[in-house]
Design a protein around this ligand. Structure first.
Ligand SMILES: [Zn+2]
Ligand SMILES: [Zn+2]
Length: 108
């Protein structure tokens, strides 16, 4: 694909830069930066994906505690704290049984 220089209408040639990116350059010195912009956008999209993956991992690795499940009597459950209603009320502890996935809350 031949590109024509918007400055002098000459034919532009692809050239590899010192950073390894391909740019269209002209003998008059004009350089297009379009390809570099596209590469940059792709990189940001990948970074966002990685961050989402990290958050997913954190949710799955809730801390465990020794507590008896009211359903199957298994002695270990995941737990997390949640502010339920007004800010001046104490946080509620939620449990989820490691074995049967039953969820319940602590009223302490
Ligand atoms: Zn030119
Ligand atoms: Zn259980």
């Amino acid at each position: 694909m031949a590109l024509f220089c918007p400055k002098c209408k000459g034919i532009m040639m692809p050239k590899k830069t010192s950073t390894g990116k391909i740019r269209m350059v002209c003998t008059c010195g004009y350089t297009t930066k379009d390809k570099e912009k596209i590469v940059l956008k792709e990189k940001i999209a990948v970074d966002k994906k990685n961050k989402i993956n990290i958050i997913d991992k954190d949710i799955k690795t809730d801390p465990k505690t020794k507590v008896d499940c009211p359903k199957c009597s298994h002695g270990e459950a995941y737990y997390w704290l949640l502010q339920t209603r007004a800010a001046d009320e104490p946080e509620t502890t939620f449990f989820r049984c490691v074995k049967c996935k039953h969820q319940w809350r602590s009223y302490d």
